[in-house]
Design a protein around this ligand. Structure first.
Ligand code: ZN
Length: 180
């Protein structure tokens, strides 16, 4: 039987409802809420991989401008998905939840072999997190309504890329909840 972890990428105010959000972003909140509730019910660890950038100097600002700056409201998880005290928070400074963070050690200590990756954006932070998970030998599940990006085209090509290159199981949220 698979040992899952739910990894929620960048479900933060700045991305979902704040200054750099798009109209597509809020649509992923409720599917993530359902997944978090299911994970809690089934004892699956819930891990928030949250952008947490250094003011002024962070290298990501070269591409995206300032966002999710440490200590600001914009860097907090959206209120509907606020972590509980039994969830894990992994602050990150790059797209991947693994880069320069304790995520790998945490997954190992939890005995995880399969990661469910959701959040913002399918073709950037989710993709890079999936890449690093694949490189480390994890199976990857992507519940499709629980992730999105700026355009439909980028979303669909993002999902196709995850499937093609990392063997990601791209499924629907309800179907996944049924088999957890
Ligand atoms: Zn960032």
């Amino acid at each position: 039987m698979a040992k899952y972890a739910l990894i929620l990428v960048d479900l933060l105010n700045d991305f979902i409802t704040g200054p750099i959000s798009t109209e597509r972003a809020p649509e992923i909140v409720q599917p993530n809420r359902r997944l978090i509730d299911a994970a809690h019910e089934k004892g699956i660890p819930v891990i928030y991989a949250n952008d947490c950038h250094t003011p002024e100097i962070d290298h990501e600002f070269v591409v995206w401008g300032p966002h999710a700056v440490v200590g600001t409201k914009g860097a907090e998880v959206v209120p509907e998905l606020t972590p509980t005290d039994k969830d894990y928070i992994v602050p990150k400074k790059r797209y991947s939840g693994f880069y320069g963070t304790e995520l790998e050690l945490l997954l190992r200590e939890l005995g995880v072999d399969t990661v469910i990756i959701t959040g913002w954006q399918t073709d950037c932070c989710c993709r890079h997190t999936a890449a690093d998970a694949f490189f480390r030998g994890y199976k990857i599940i992507i519940p499709r309504e629980a992730t999105d990006t700026d355009t439909l085209e980028n979303y669909l090509s993002g999902l196709a890329y995850l499937k093609k290159n990392y063997g990601a199981d791209v499924c629907y949220v309800d179907e996944l909840i049924d088999r957890l």
